[in-house]
Design a protein around this ligand. Structure first.
Ligand code: B12
Ligand code: SF4
Length: 522
């Protein structure tokens, strides 16, 4: 095969940033797959340039080099940035390929702006693509391996791409590894609820950990497993064999149901210093949090006790909640979450607004069928800047009022102080403090709440009555994209929010009148 000039771009964020928390953390959000793609392309004999964009680099300078094939890994929030970059590269003759969460969630839309859009990706797929690499326009080709890859390049092989990436982070340097793909649970909102659980090779994990110990003095590994520890004893045994006690630290997302005290103690002995369990809801998903039939206040107390137990052993705990689920109604769920932050003051509460990411999850089909999904530009879909599902049991003003009240409460000076006192160790205290103080979340949501009351185009858009994007949102994207705005293809600011449903041969209902609406503010 002809030797190609390949650029692999990991878009960790969507645009320039100066926020201190991003300076500390963005390089730690880098993905494994772009590094894997870079390894595979080199193995296939090509010249590879690898760029991890964290929001602090000069993106236009980084992408000046000549490229035959451009691979971009992007989350949905970076989609517009990715589309503009693809457009620029296509103009200068490159073939462009998109992979990652956005490609998996919105393949129909991405295919308008990329030559190839990849779902599950393995080395044979990449090899076939590079062999053909014919430009595919106006509509790109959607390709996918039949299943998740059985193996990925080892850390040793990825190291030349990992090393410059973690070098961008001044203090916390996390090395991304993955021990399993898929998940045995079936949370209906999750992209992995339909992907079978599959452990990766334990021999490779053991070898990677030993390799890392030789490279970095006291490394910290971020496990990218959707749900770390499903085969708990197997993973911990591998870690115990490879890593002498306390020589390494680990961060993992794990469901509470896997975090019994015996397990947590073993995690502590093995250097796990940050865990991110999902609580999601006080009324639902009890199997995941091991709270069984307990709901409401009873679940709050049970989960708080559980989280406090974890905090006795593991210094950093982030609890993930989803706001706006259909099981929520009235002020109670928000008040319960406040109560939780009082009962478990050491945990950092992270709130996600319910977001239907295209065809990520089975639930999205139902939401699209009911006409409840809104065409918010991808730029805002990061579970924080917009909620693209019209809530079932709240009017928008009510919803935003509760969300702002909760976020303000959780990030208030009093809570930050209590968290500081409840936490152990400088790193945890520093990170939680910076994170809360620099978070613009409550301010942004309060602004949306205010605009809802007085800005009719915004109100009509968010009620699903108009598809015309209010100027307020358009200006935000334009500012953030900077010079890339000019390269954004016509039409790429908006998308068909019901593409998944239509791909199944169905049409959405008209916006549901049954949903609660406020008295008109006009
Ligand atoms: C681990 C994880 C994280 C980690 C690591 C992130 C990272 N860079 O990978 C952390 C905690 C940092 C994180 C952060 C965020 N996350 Co996250 N995260 C996950 C999680 C649990 C696993 C993803 C994973 O790495 N799997 C292992 C890899 C190997 O498998 P895979 O993702 O299935 O990838 C396959 C293909 O997609 C493809 N592929 C993947 N990348 C690429 C790249 C290229 C170039 C190619 C060709 C192919 C390709 O190949 C893989 C093998 O088949 C998923 C949920 C889930 N259960 O999958 C959410 C998920 C990916 N995250 C999500 C979100 C929203 C976020 C945040 C925006 C949250 C926030 N508000 O801050 C940030 C964004 C970070 C960023 N880089 O932009 C959403 C993404 C939805 C979307 N369409 O954008 C998901 C799907 C969860 C959800 N809500 O449903 N996340
Ligand atoms: S436990 Fe986590 S990874 Fe597994 S299906 Fe539920 S949300 Fe997804």
């Amino acid at each position: 095969m002809q030797k190609l000039r390949i650029t692999v771009l990991d878009l960790v964020t969507k645009g320039p940033t100066r926020r201190l928390f991003n300076r500390i953390m963005n390089a730690n959000l880098a993905s494994i797959m772009p590094q894997a793609i870079a390894v595979w392309c080199e193995e296939l004999g090509h010249d590879v340039r690898f760029v991890c964009y964290t929001g602090f680099e000069d993106l236009s300078a980084e992408l000046l080099h000549e490229t035959d094939v451009l691979f971009v890994g992007a989350f949905t929030r970076s989609a517009q940035t990715a589309y503009a970059i693809s457009n620029l590269h296509r103009r200068s003759g490159a073939v462009t390929v998109l992979g990652g969460p956005h490609a998996r969630c919105y393949p129909q839309d991405a295919a308008k702006y990329f030559d190839y859009v990849l779902g599950f990706t393995d080395k044979p797929l990449v090899e076939d693509l590079l062999r053909d690499r014919a430009p595919q326009r106006p509509v790109g080709l959607q390709l996918s391996a039949k299943r998740q890859p059985a193996a990925l390049p080892s850390l040793r092989e990825r190291w030349k791409f990992v090393e410059p990436t973690i070098a961008k982070s001044p203090f916390f340097k996390m090395v991304p590894m993955v021990g399993s793909l898929g998940c045995p649970y079936t949370c209906s909102f999750c992209i992995d609820s339909t992907v079978p659980y599959q452990p990766m090779s334990f021999d490779q994990i053991r070898d990677d950990l030993r390799f890392l110990l030789r490279k970095v003095k006291r490394p910290r590994v971020a496990w990218h497993d959707p749900n770390f520890g499903v085969r708990f004893d197997d993973y911990l045994s591998v870690i115990e064999e490879a890593v002498p006690s306390r020589r390494m630290r680990f961060v993992a997302e794990s469901s509470l149901s896997l975090l019994s005290e015996a397990h947590v103690k073993r995690l502590e002995r093995n250097g796990f210093d940050a865990l991110l369990p999902g609580v999601e809801s006080w009324y639902d998903l009890g199997n995941k949090s091991k709270t069984g039939a307990a709901v409401g206040e009873a679940k709050v107390r049970q989960v708080a006790e559980h989280v406090n137990m974890i905090l006795r052993h593991v210094p950093y705990v982030q609890t993930n909640f989803v706001l706006g689920l259909d099981s929520d109604r009235g002020a109670e769920p928000f008040e319960l979450t406040k109560r939780f932050t009082d009962l478990a003051p050491g945990a950092y509460p992270a709130f996600s607004l319910l977001t239907a990411y295209g065809q990520a999850a089975p639930l999205n089909l139902e939401l699209q069928r009911a006409g409840r999904v809104l065409p918010f530009p991808f730029f805002f879909l990061d579970s924080n800047h917009a909620m693209n599902v019209r809530p079932l049991n709240y009017t928008w003003p009510e919803f935003y009022e509760h969300a702002v009240d909760l976020t303000r409460y959780a990030l208030s000076g009093a809570r930050v102080r209590r968290r500081f006192l409840a936490n152990r160790g400088i790193s945890t205290r520093f990170l939680n403090g910076v994170r809360a103080v620099t978070s613009g979340r409550a301010k942004w949501q309060a602004k949306i709440g205010r605009l809802l009351a007085k800005d009719i185009p915004i109100r009509r858009f968010i009620e699903g009555e108009s598809r015309e994007l209010p100027k307020f949102y358009e200006n935000r994207v334009r500012e953030s994209l900077g010079p890339l705005w000019e390269a954004l293809p016509v039409g790429a600011l908006m998308h068909d929010q019901n593409a998944y449903l239509k791909s199944q041969g169905e049409m959405p209902a008209k916006p549901r009148s049954k949903l609660r609406r406020p008295q008109a503010a006009e």
